[in-house]
Design a protein around this ligand. Structure first.
Ligand code: ASP
Length: 302
């Protein structure tokens, strides 16, 4: 039986995160705790796809991050959520503009397992929760007070803002399991004060999420429009396969493209050999990772 060293990374969003006296101790603790359970699950031979879904569910449940409960609000004060998930054999699923699944990544996973479609959006995706036995929550479950204040500030400046500049963020996970299989998942509320119906990269396979057992697993965070324009996550895979670039070099190039197009952000990746990369154009990205059976590490700033 194959016995590959396991690796994973999780993120809670990238941005120009202001320095604070508390040093983001609460965020670091949440990332370390969720990271530790991902590490343990991988050690116990849980498949990468289950590990990334579970880690993203935990991050969605945590109010500190911009996904599930505590997601940012659109210009109408509503949490409209995007999420996607992909396994290294090509199976994938996504949702966009949903308002009711308690864990949007769970609905993305159900769509992946069903296999007929890849992406469901809006009210019909919300309705699919019942069919797929995915738990729902009422609209006020997702809305927390600090997000209402954040939306008020954004409206005053007529701005559409990346959550982590405030600073909090989109969530994601990538993993390589004992059998050498890869998986990735991403979930978000998007950007504060976004137009109703706007879809970012996090729900889009190839832009915000990608996994292929022959190359890498990627989850992105940042200005979603830029990540969609450069097909960020899949581009790293194609660079590795066709140009034989190492994941780290390919990922850094893609981040440069994002910046050249006026965007910003970061990503987490794990390659087929279990190496981890965490590049960003921003001052920070909430993240935790463990490489090749190593210990869990967590960091905020670059
Ligand atoms: N990428 C997300 C989006 O544009 C935002 C984020 O990373 O926080 O929807």
């Amino acid at each position: 039986m194959a016995h590959h060293p396991v690796s994973f990374a999780i993120h809670g969003g990238a941005g120009d995160i202001p320095r604070r006296d508390h040093g983001y101790a609460e965020h670091l603790l949440a990332l370390e705790t969720i990271g530790e359970s991902a590490r343990q699950a991988l050690q116990d031979r849980v498949p990468a796809i289950d590990v990334v879904e579970q880690a993203v569910r935990q991050l969605e449940d945590c109010e500190l991050f911009n996904a599930g409960r505590g997601a940012v609000l659109n210009s109408e004060g509503v949490a409209e959520l995007d999420a996607s998930i992909m396994r290294g054999d090509g199976a994938c699923g996504g949702v966009a503009g949903v308002r009711s699944p308690r864990n949007p990544v769970a609905l993305a996973r159900a769509i992946m397992e069903d296999g007929r479609h890849v992406l469901l959006v809006g009210a019909e995706a919300d309705r699919a929760c019942e069919r797929f036995h995915v738990a729902t929550a009422p609209p006020d479950y997702f809305v927390i007070d600090s997000r209402v204040q954040q939306l008020r500030r954004a409206r005053e400046h007529e701005a559409i803002v990346l959550d982590h500049d405030e600073p909090l963020g989109t969530v994601g996970a990538v993993a390589r399991d004992r059998d050498g299989c890869l998986a990735a998942a991403t979930s978000t509320g998007g950007m504060t004060n976004k137009a109703p119906g706007r879809v970012g990269d996090s729900g889009v396979i190839g832009a915000g999420t990608w996994a292929c057992d022959d190359s890498c697993a990627i989850s992105t965070t940042g200005h979603g429009e830029s990540f969609i324009r450069v097909n960020a996550a899949a581009q790293i895979h194609w660079r590795m396969l066709l140009r034989h670039e190492p994941m780290t070099a390919a990922a850094e190039l893609v981040i440069e493209q994002i910046v050249e197009r006026g965007g910003m952000g970061g990503l987490i990746g794990v390659d087929r050999d279990g190496l981890v990369c965490l590049p960003m154009s921003t001052t920070g990205m909430f993240r935790a990772w463990a490489e090749l059976d190593g210990p869990v590490q967590a960091a905020v700033f670059r």
